[in-house]
Each structure stands twice: as C-alpha cells, then as structure tokens.
Design a protein around this ligand. Structure first.
Ligand SMILES: Cc1ncc(COP(=O)(O)O)c(C=O)c1O
Length: 422
C-alpha cells in the first residue's frame, strides 16, 4: 500500500468535492507528528484543522475514551442520559465567560451554529441573522448561507436560507476598520432589516478560514452595546478558536465582553466528533422539550474525550504554552523578514498559537506563492494549511503539546522554504 495507490482508490470511490490538502494517507500519528503509509514522517501543523490541540493519540484522552467504550458507546442522551454529558455541561458552564450558563451538546461545528441560531430565533421570536464577510460557519445550508466567502464553499449550492445578512469584518491590511464595519451595520438596519427583526449577530472573535484576523476589541464591545440596545442575541463562533488555541480557554476572554452564546467544537474533544452551545440560561431554555437534540449529539465517547481534554488543558497549562508557541513563531518570522527583506511575506499576526502570515507581491495579496510554499514545506516534512479571503495566507495550528525541538525543526523548514521562494 502506498499514497499513490490509495489516491487512485480514493479518486475512484470518493467524490472530488472533498478536497485533499495533501496527497498523504496516514498510518499513525503521535503528538505533533504523523507518519504516512510509506512511513514518511511529517510534523503536523494543521492539527486536524485546529482539532488536536492536545496532540495526536494523547494517552489521557485515549484512556478516557477506552474506559467509556468498555461501559457503553451510545444510548442517545434524550432516551437514556449519562453522567459525563452533565459533567461536561457543568464544566463548560463554569469555564465559559457567560454568567449563569447552560450547555447543549451536538456533534459538529456547523450543527452547533445551526442550533445556536435556532435557539436565538425561538427566544427573540425574530428571523434575521447577521454574519461577517470572510467568516466561515460550516457546510450545512444555513451555515453556508452565513459563511462570507463564495468559492469554494457556496458556489453552485444555492439558494440559501433567507434573512441572512453580511457586514464587513475589520481587516487593517484591507483598509477596513471598526468604524466602517459599524457604519455598514447601521446602514443594513436602515436598508435591509430593522434591528427589531434581527435574532442574532454571529461573529468569530478571530476569523479562522477567513485569515486569522482578530476582531478589534472596540468592535466586539460596540456589538455588545448594540445587541443590548436592540434585544439581539450575540453569538461568538469559537469552533476554531476554542480550548487554548488563542492562549485562553475561550477567545472571548480576550474581549472583556460576555456573549450570549458561544459555539464550540473541534478541539473540545481532541479528535472525537463533539460540539456544543454554551449560552445564557434564559435563552437556552427557550425551546420546548423535543425542539433540540440529535441522535449522536453529546455522544458519551465524545464527552469522555472532552473531559480528558479539559484535564489536559489544565494539568499541562496549555493556555500559557499557546502564548509561548505564538511568541516563538512571531519572533522567528520577524527575524526571517528582517534578515531577508526579499521574502514575499508580511502581516505576521497571532493570538496565542493561532498564527498566520500573508504572501504579498507589490503589497497586494499574492496567492500564487502559497502552493509552492506548502509543497516545499511538505517535501521537507511539514504540513501547513493555507487560508484567507484571497487564499494568500498560511496558517499555523501546531498542537499546543508540541515539543520545543519539533517547533524549532518546523521553523527551520519554513525558513528554508521561504528563502527558496525569494
Ligand atoms: C469558525 C468555524 N465555525 C464552524 C465550522 C464548521 O465546523 P464543522 O466542520 O465541524 O461543521 C468551522 C470549521 O472549520 C469553523 O472554523
């Protein structure tokens, strides 16, 4: 068995709509490294797209999952409940920056956002949803509609559900600031939907697929004020930013603002499909029994994994480690640019270990350099992912448990790849 033969079988058996970021097929993985079926070893700075913050095959998580499977793997929480769902909800309610919270568990990120909107609509008895240009919320019809990027996520998949509106997300490098975003929101309230018809504003505190741009504090604080003024539910989509990635358990904690709801998934269960919505009790209790749920939502296996993830976050001080990783990457890339001003990257940015930079040519986004850089890294044994509205950004998502010598090795590979592109 080799990568080539598996790719041929994959292409014959699996639709091309599921993209392949790499031509690799995995044999096994450990912490920040994985080995393909040809036994070639890679450093994995994709981390399953921000999922294995706690590392691949984390022994604490594996042990917790194995113990759970030995007892039972599925009953459907709404048929016969189990303690670890309740315990996880209690833990998330206590950890999230929302006073007096309740949590419902689901399976995927998109499902969490769908349900957050359902709950907000039920509570407010309103229909409108406002999201941001460049935002990504998932691949279901509603979340696709909320996503603020056409290709490849929305092209050919419409029509989308109605009553979804988009406003600009502040990105300093694109000349969009907080004042402009808020102006556009006010304009939207006048031209497209009255604020009294808006159920929710949904924002990623740091856009993930959109390019790792952090929402400015003043924007988030103004949104809070506007939502309070108009009775709108403020939802933070923390599917990509949650659980230590930004140096805090929730990115919301950087903003001194309480959202009404937070959606979580990905790193929550370190590789097992689990998502959740944490929200204010009064809002969360709006839908009647039976209005919310799902066969696999809050799987006991996922809950066991998530409780182990929370243990790992605490016992290994992974929030602090994320900040340390981000600082090391920032220092290394700043040095690369200072010593080699011709390397075609700028706009180094990070919040904790959510790190990105842009490829530019004549100060404009230049996506043409991205594929050669990604390939040069992979040829030297490092997996990295692109992102960004213009496809010209590279995002680094190392597991927060990455060993220092592996981090340094990855930096060396990226330095070499960048110098080869000069
Ligand atoms: C911010 C954000 N929201 C929602 C999603 C969708 O999550 P899922 O792919 O688990 O449905 C993603 C996935 O990348 C995401 O980054």
């Amino acid at each position: 068995m080799n990568n080539q033969s598996l790719m041929e079988r994959r292409n014959a058996a699996v639709p091309r709509g599921v993209a392949s970021a790499t031509p690799l097929f995995v044999k096994h993985a450990k912490n920040a490294e994985l080995w393909d079926v040809e036994n070639t070893r890679y450093i994995d700075f994709a981390a399953g797209i921000a999922v294995v913050n706690t590392g691949h095959s984390n022994p604490t998580i594996t042990q917790a999952v194995t113990a759970q499977i030995d007892k039972f793997s599925h009953t459907a929480f709404q048929v016969a409940g189990y303690e670890n769902y309740i315990e996880l909800a209690e833990r998330l309610n206590a950890l999230a920056p929302i006073d007096d919270a309740k949590t419902i568990l689901m399976t995927t990120g998109a499902e969490a956002i769908e349900n957050a909107v359902k709950i907000a609509r039920h509570y407010t008895e309103r229909r409108g949803v406002i999201a941001f240009h460049g935002g990504f919320h998932g691949r279901t019809l509603l979340t696709m509609g909320m996503t603020g990027k056409i290709a490849p996520y929305k092209e050919g998949f419409g029509p989308f559900p109605g009553d979804i509106y988009h406003i600009p997300f502040p990105v300093p490098y694109q000349g969009i600031d907080t004042a402009y975003s808020l102006q556009q929101l006010e304009k939207l309230f006048k031209t497209d939907i009255s604020p009294t018809s808006v159920a929710a504003i949904v924002i990623e505190p740091i856009q993930g697929e959109g390019g790792f741009y952090a929402a400015p504090k003043e924007l988030v604080q103004q949104l809070r004020t506007l939502c309070d003024e108009h009775g709108i539910v403020l939802i933070f989509d923390e599917v990509q930013t949650g659980f230590g990635r930004t140096g805090k358990t929730f990115a919301s904690e950087h903003y001194d603002v309480q959202p009404d709801m937070i959606t979580v998934a990905k790193a929550l269960a370190g590789g097992y499909p689990l998502s959740g919505i944490i929200g204010k009790r009064e809002i969360m209790d709006s839908p009647a029994p039976g209005g919310l749920g799902g066969t696999y939502g809050g799987s006991p296996v996922g809950c066991a994994a998530a409780l182990a993830v929370l243990e790992e976050l605490e016992s290994k001080s992974l929030n602090a480690r994320a900040q340390d990783i981000g600082s090391q990457l920032h220092k290394a890339f700043s040095e690369i640019i200072t010593l080699n001003p011709n390397v075609p990257i700028r706009h180094i940015r990070h919040k904790g270990a959510m790190f990105a930079f842009d490829f530019l040519a004549d100060s404009q986004p230049d996506p043409s350099q991205v594929a050669p850089f990604v390939k040069a890294c992979r040829d030297d044994g490092l997996i990295v992912l692109p992102c960004g509205q213009f496809g010209n950004a590279i995002r680094l998502l190392p597991p927060l448990t990455v060993e220092n010598h592996i981090l340094e090795e990855a930096i060396d590979i990226m330095r070499k790849a960048l110098l080869s592109l000069q």
